[in-house]
Design a protein around this ligand. Sequence first.
Ligand SMILES: *[C@@H]1O[C@H](CO)[C@@H](O)[C@H](O)[C@H]1NC(C)=O
Ligand SMILES: *[C@@H]1O[C@H](CO)[C@@H](O)[C@H](O)[C@H]1NC(C)=O
Ligand SMILES: *[C@@H]1O[C@H](CO)[C@@H](O)[C@H](O)[C@H]1NC(C)=O
Ligand SMILES: *[C@@H]1O[C@H](CO)[C@@H](O)[C@H](O)[C@H]1NC(C)=O
Ligand SMILES: *[C@@H]1O[C@H](CO)[C@@H](O)[C@H](O)[C@H]1NC(C)=O
Ligand SMILES: *[C@@H]1O[C@H](CO)[C@@H](O)[C@H](O)[C@H]1NC(C)=O
Ligand SMILES: *[C@@H]1O[C@H](CO)[C@@H](O)[C@H](O)[C@H]1NC(C)=O
Ligand SMILES: *[C@@H]1O[C@H](CO)[C@@H](O)[C@H](O)[C@H]1NC(C)=O
Ligand SMILES: *[C@@H]1O[C@H](CO)[C@@H](O)[C@H](O)[C@H]1NC(C)=O
Ligand SMILES: *[C@@H]1O[C@H](CO)[C@@H](O)[C@H](O)[C@H]1NC(C)=O
Length: 449
Amino acid sequence: MARSWFWNLTGLQHLYLAETQLYGQASDALAHMTSLQVLDLSSINMVMMTTSFRNLCNMRILDLSACQIVGNIKDIVGRMPQCPLKKLQELHLGYNNISGIMPNRTAHLSSLVVLDISGNNLSGGIPRGVGLLSSLSSLDLSSNYLSGPVPSEIGMLGNLTMMDLGGNNLSGDFTEEHFTSLTRLKDLGLSGNSLRITVGTDWIPPFVSSMVSVPRGHSLDGYIKHSFSGRLPLWIRDLVELRFLRLSQNMFFGEITATISNLSRLHHLNLAGNGLSGAIPWHLSNVTAMTRKYVKDYKVDSNYGDYSTVIRTYNFSSVVIKGHQLDYGIGIWDLVSIDLSFNQLTGRIPEEIAALDGLINLNLSWNQLSGKIPNKLGALHALESLDLSRNMLSGGIPPSLSDLNYLSYMDLSDNNLTGRITSGRQLDTLYTEEPSMYSGNSGLCGPPL
Ligand SMILES: *[C@@H]1O[C@H](CO)[C@@H](O)[C@H](O)[C@H]1NC(C)=O
Ligand SMILES: *[C@@H]1O[C@H](CO)[C@@H](O)[C@H](O)[C@H]1NC(C)=O
Ligand SMILES: *[C@@H]1O[C@H](CO)[C@@H](O)[C@H](O)[C@H]1NC(C)=O
Ligand SMILES: *[C@@H]1O[C@H](CO)[C@@H](O)[C@H](O)[C@H]1NC(C)=O
Ligand SMILES: *[C@@H]1O[C@H](CO)[C@@H](O)[C@H](O)[C@H]1NC(C)=O
Ligand SMILES: *[C@@H]1O[C@H](CO)[C@@H](O)[C@H](O)[C@H]1NC(C)=O
Ligand SMILES: *[C@@H]1O[C@H](CO)[C@@H](O)[C@H](O)[C@H]1NC(C)=O
Ligand SMILES: *[C@@H]1O[C@H](CO)[C@@H](O)[C@H](O)[C@H]1NC(C)=O
Ligand SMILES: *[C@@H]1O[C@H](CO)[C@@H](O)[C@H](O)[C@H]1NC(C)=O
Ligand SMILES: *[C@@H]1O[C@H](CO)[C@@H](O)[C@H](O)[C@H]1NC(C)=O
């Protein structure tokens, strides 16, 4: 890298070398390319960063992501432009091996709009000085080893639209004060910390009309950390544009309220592994985005990836369906799914749910649901995976289930089902593949048992 011809082009304003085969130190010549406005060296193997950018007073965008930089954050920040007229707007340092404690003095960076130091080895706390980076619109400090409380100054960053502090070791309270001026926030990641969110249940965050990401338990160094608990926040009902809600593996308790039906565009609901109780609201049937008609009409909508319609969790690309954790990647946006497994839900399975005929995955296992399996479930023609195991369901297996032509996984084990087993080509095949699907129901009889 040091000996490339272009280092002599001192008038250069934009230099993109990302993902080229270059490696090694950026040439010292770089320090004199004072016309540079945009420099993208991402994914170049730089190892030690010795270049000084101090005199590059025209620099607006500096991208050093994934350069395998090993170094100390204080040293690296000290190499950034130090100019009377501050122009640096974007600093990307994500996915390197930068360690140390973030410096308190960052006045020379006060023009930053985007700061990304995610995926490094930062330790210590988030400095109070962060509140002075008042132009910030995007702050990503996720996946580091930051610890201690989050300074409430962070709530002063009124231009923030994205803030990800997930995957650290932050602790203490995250209060209403932390949200004071965050009126523009669309994307908030706090998962994988030990933060206590201490906002009142009736309190509505200033940015509620857009979206919020709520943490789920995230495995870090082998520890499952829970960071969000309490009742499902009431303001979820106002996120009427929401399409994807995954709050699994938290400590939510209380009931799933009927207001869930406000979320008519929701097509992926995962509240698995919480302490939710009470009945499954029949109002779920109003979530029209889970109907075949809606899926057919809107599936082509490529906006599925639009952050503003997603409650983001730490790793949203994977999902448990058909008994396996699958990495759905971007395809997850198409997966019409309800997963309420591993809660303490009681009462009947509302037969109204059969209106959601776009459903591909329905998992109500590990609850205390009782009553009969509604015969109407046979109307869920798109269903590929049905898990009602480990409840207290009684009565017979509805014959209509043999109408589910796409079904490739079913589990009814450990209930109190009785009567003859419904046969049908699809169900017989499933039994061959998964002979335990009826087990733990002492009252079932007939072939194939
Ligand atoms: C990061 O750098 C430290 C030295 O500061 C080194 O011990 C460690 O192995 C490096 N980690 C990775 C993942 O390269
Ligand atoms: C930043 O300031 C705090 C409080 O004054 C201090 O405890 C901490 O050590 C400082 N951090 C650095 C990196 O100097
Ligand atoms: C983080 O930095 C410390 C030294 O500060 C080093 O011992 C450790 O290996 C680094 N961790 C990783 C994951 O690179
Ligand atoms: C916040 O953003 C607005 C509009 O993008 C801009 O005019 C304003 O200067 C920004 N505030 C700060 C402190 O940068
Ligand atoms: C997390 O932070 C606590 C103090 O808040 C500290 O005792 C602990 O060692 C930290 N754990 C890791 C993995 O950094
Ligand atoms: C959500 O539903 C409740 C009643 O269930 C209603 O009062 C409220 O206005 C709805 N919110 C929106 C944004 O539609
Ligand atoms: C469900 O939708 C129907 C028709 O749009 C409406 O009349 C009803 O009030 C809704 N129910 C709930 C609980 O939102
Ligand atoms: C349903 O959820 C449970 C618990 O979350 C999980 O163990 C099971 O594999 C899921 N069932 C299917 C069919 O994916
Ligand atoms: C997301 O989950 C998938 C499937 O479990 C896993 O392979 C992948 O490593 C995870 N990604 C992250 C960033 O944790
Ligand atoms: C199972 O169902 C029978 C009636 O069909 C009922 O008498 C019994 O109490 C049920 N057992 C459980 C554990 O729910």
